[in-house]
Design a protein around this ligand. Structure first.
Ligand code: NAD
Length: 448
């Protein structure tokens, strides 16, 4: 099928690559000309396992085309994806300017029947706005009678870090449409990903739009719930890791997404929770639970700074901190809303120095913090430790999970670890002479 994807970010690029891999002809349109030029040279703008090979192979065989020319893009695709960003506006609502700008572009250049798929995460009612935008332009250009178009909601559920796998083997394909014709086309589009069993779930457009927010808000709720429990466990002298095992074994609860930590981040959970709170308030409903989920998370991102203050008697001036992990989660270079950023800002504001290391997010960190004094980018996790007063862990990358604790001790000025992801055994570290702070592991299990 002839497909065009507008917005070549985490979602758009992966979707385009995967669709081209199964044989579709895909045009990728982005307004970022550097990104497009780099992609043509084989330089992939993001880190995502398996993506580079897919993109480069399909670019080489001609099934994946990169362009900044929107007209070319619109005229190529019978199916057009909108996969641009929907960042939070000042008031927390989703900013739809990029989505609606693509809708205008499509309307200006469309010359035959189009299925317009909204893949961006958008508030309920956005499909109507896209529809109206296109309708008004076609009407103004006197093309309304000649061109048919369909607006579909098809939210994306990929996880950064396993995005290629998730798109190749989706757990579900949600499609919001009332049209039987569109349903059949969507089945055709996703047929290669739908062979094992039927993963397509058709529903009305508004329900599809809300399903995406419901999924992310549920996951964020699980995390904030566990973080609240972790804080309580700490005060009660209990170990949240034991509690986690204890509740995860109940199949109604399960083990997924109940890890306590230093807060959730990324480009989705924080903004999507905020956006649904805003949507609720716009229809006169106060989303108390979601407001709490957000509040708990904002507080949790202060957890590591608080532990640092506690240990160093509120004076971290001239102290050096090794930070392991900058991305908001492992297997991605995405630092949007990452807990590490709250920590970095706290340390720098209070006169401390940082030696930071991340397996994949160093380029992104340099882009964000290029001009910051006292923030040193280390070439390796070992280099980050040299002469540091403490090690702080923000992201649970595999490579941090079983380090050589003797070697760490040799490199640090003092054996202190602040672990925002509960990676280590407190008893073992205590026996090795470490002072080990974790999340929700109580005075009885940490050596304060
Ligand atoms: P991103 O910021 O990585 O990419 C967005 C891209 O859109 C950028 O390259 C930008 O230059 C481009 N763009 C902006 N305006 C454009 C225009 N008029 N024409 C063409 N390109 C344009 O964003 P992302 O993380 O891929 O997210 C995209 C959407 O998907 C968001 O709504 C997000 O909430 C949702 N989503 C993201 C994820 C994720 O894990 N990142 C998962 C599911 C859903």
């Amino acid at each position: 099928m002839k497909i065009t994807v507008f917005g070549i970010g985490y979602v758009g690029l992966v979707q385009a690559a995967v669709l081209s891999e199964v044989g579709h002809d895909v045009f990728c349109v982005d307004i970022d000309s550097d990104k497009i030029e780099n992609l043509k040279k084989g330089i992939i703008p993001i880190y995502e396992p398996g993506l580079s090979e897919l993109v480069n192979n399909n670019y080489a065989n001609g099934r994946l085309i990169f362009t900044t020319n929107p007209q070319e893009g619109v005229q190529h695709g019978d199916i057009i994806f909108i996969a641009v960003g929907t960042p939070p506006d000042e008031d927390g609502s989703a900013d739809l300017q990029y989505v609606l700008s693509v809708a205008k572009t499509i309307a200006q250049h469309m010359n035959n029947e189009k299925i317009i798929i909204n893949k961006s995460t958008v508030p309920v009612g956005t499909a109507d706005k896209v529809n109206n935008t296109i309708h008004d332009i076609l009407s103004k250009n006197k093309k309304l009678k000649d061109i048919t178009y369909h607006v579909v909601s098809n939210p994306e559920f990929l996880k950064e870090g396993s995005a290629v796998k998730d798109c190749m083997r989706p757990s579900r394909i949600i499609v919001g449409t009332e049209s039987e014709y569109v349903k059949q086309k969507m089945r055709e589009l996703y047929e290669p990903f739908n062979r094992n069993h039927d993963k397509m779930i058709f529903m009305d457009i508004r329900s599809a739009e809300l399903t995406k927010y419901a999924a992310n808000c549920m996951l964020a709720t699980k995390i904030s719930f566990m973080n609240e429990l972790a804080n309580l466990a700490e005060l009660l002298g209990a170990d949240i890791e034991n509690v986690r095992h204890g509740i995860g074994s109940d199949e109604r609860i399960g083990y997924h997404f109940i890890y306590p930590g230093c807060g959730y981040g990324g480009s989705c959970f924080p903004k999507d929770v905020q956006a649904l709170i805003k949507t609720a308030s716009q229809v006169g409903y106060e989303a108390n639970l979601l407001q709490s989920v957000e509040k708990v998370n904002i507080k949790q991102k202060q957890k590591l700074p608080q532990l640092l203050n506690q240990h160093f008697n509120s004076n971290i001036k001239d102290k050096i901190f090794a930070i392991w992990g900058l991305s908001f989660k492992p297997n991605t270079d995405d630092m949007r809303d990452a807990p590490s950023r709250v920590l970095i800002e706290f340390i720098l504001k209070n006169g401390g120095t940082i030696q930071a290391y991340d397996p994949e997010a160093m380029t992104e960190a340099k882009r964000i913090y290029s001009s910051k004094e006292n923030l040193i980018f280390a070439d390796s996790k070992e280099k980050a430790l040299e002469e540091a007063d403490a090690l702080v862990i923000c992201t649970e990358w595999q490579t941090f999970k079983a380090p050589d604790f003797e070697a760490i001790k040799q490199k640090l000025k003092s054996p202190v670890i602040f672990d925002g992801r509960n990676l280590f055994n407190p008893q073992k570290l205590k026996e090795m002479g470490y002072i080990y702070y974790a999340i929700g592991r109580g005075d009885s299990v940490i050596n304060i």
